[in-house]
Design a protein around this ligand. Structure first.
Ligand SMILES: Nc1ncnc2c1ncn2[C@@H]1O[C@H](COP(=O)(O)OP(=O)(O)O)[C@@H](O)[C@H]1O
Ligand SMILES: [Mg+2]
Length: 253
């Protein structure tokens, strides 16, 4: 099956920097599959997600969407891309505009894609809110009226309202307390199961990775040191860096 997203020999560098932050990255995400990107802080996980989202441009190699190189000037492709690939960020406090009602926030992708008029969006927004376990009247309220976990649900509703094929999530539960974290992970698992959503998730929480993602890629200093099924990578790590990551997970005595 053609990967929905693929990086081939990708490198990236921030403006003014003298070295690449990621390099030699090749990975493929196939439809319906879920991939976790793990590694220490600063390893380049967010940079990889930004490349996959088309928010950062590679300095070498290629980002492919449905088998074709991502071309920001190709309006038709960008439209399919923005409709098909959505994302959720780490911090549910800074990612939602505090001055806008939840209904307008969740409807935003529909508007920017020109999929719906203001009135036509309402039922889709209500369905998206219901899909993440929030009451329909949440649409009339403002983000500050919600807890961190509920805000992350709002962000997930926004990301799923246009029925994307792929959801990219950057540490989607790290800012949440433990019990809320479990519930949001369950919600992501449900979206994956029931809608066949393809998931690419950055997480430093290896138990979240183990429960949600079939595949795992391990990033160290901007390079993938190991990738494969999560069972293989976390169960029988082949690289010393992965073993160190696993050893750093606190265990109950
Ligand atoms: N906007 C930026 N400008 C310059 N350097 C950056 C920027 N964002 C990240 N970096 C650097 O790139 C490296 C990888 O960062 P990042 O992709 O955010 O890692 P991770 O998400 O794994 O913590 C780090 O060394 C970081 O300091
Ligand atoms: Mg990051």
């Amino acid at each position: 099956m053609t990967p929905v997203l693929e990086l081939t020999g990708v490198a990236a560098r921030y403006r003014g920097a003298r070295t690449d932050v990621v390099s030699g990255i090749s990975l493929a995400v196939r439809p319906g599959e879920s991939l976790a990107l793990v590694g220490e802080s600063g390893a380049g996980k967010t940079t990889l997600l930004r490349l996959l989202l088309g928010l950062a441009r590679p300095t070498a190699g290629e980002v492919r969407f449905d088998g074709a190189p991502l071309a920001p000037r190709d309006r038709e492709q960008m439209r399919r891309f923005r409709r098909g690939v959505q994302c959720v960020f780490q911090d549910p406090y800074s990612s939602l505009d505090p001055r806008r009602r939840v209904g307008a926030i969740v409807a935003e992708p529909l508007r920017s894609l020109g999929l719906d008029s203001r009135a036509g969006a309402a039922p889709k927004v209500a369905a998206a809110l219901e899909g993440v376990g929030l009451p329909a009247d949440a649409a009339e309220r403002y983000p500050h009226e919600f807890s961190g976990g509920q805000r992350q649900r709002i962000a997930i509703a926004r990301a799923t309202v246009c029925d994307p094929r792929v959801l990219l999530a950057d540490e989607p539960v790290s800012a949440l307390d433990v019990t809320t974290r479990v519930k949001v992970v369950e919600l992501l698992a449900e979206l994956k199961r029931e809608r066949g959503l393809t998931l690419v998730m950055v997480s430093h929480d290896l138990s979240v990775v183990a429960s949600l993602c079939e595949r795992t890629a391990v990033l160290e200093h901007g390079r993938i040191v190991e990738q494969g099924t999560t069972a293989q990578v976390l169960g029988a790590p082949g690289h010393p860096y992965t073993r160190r990551l696993l050893d750093s997970v606190p265990r109950l005595p």
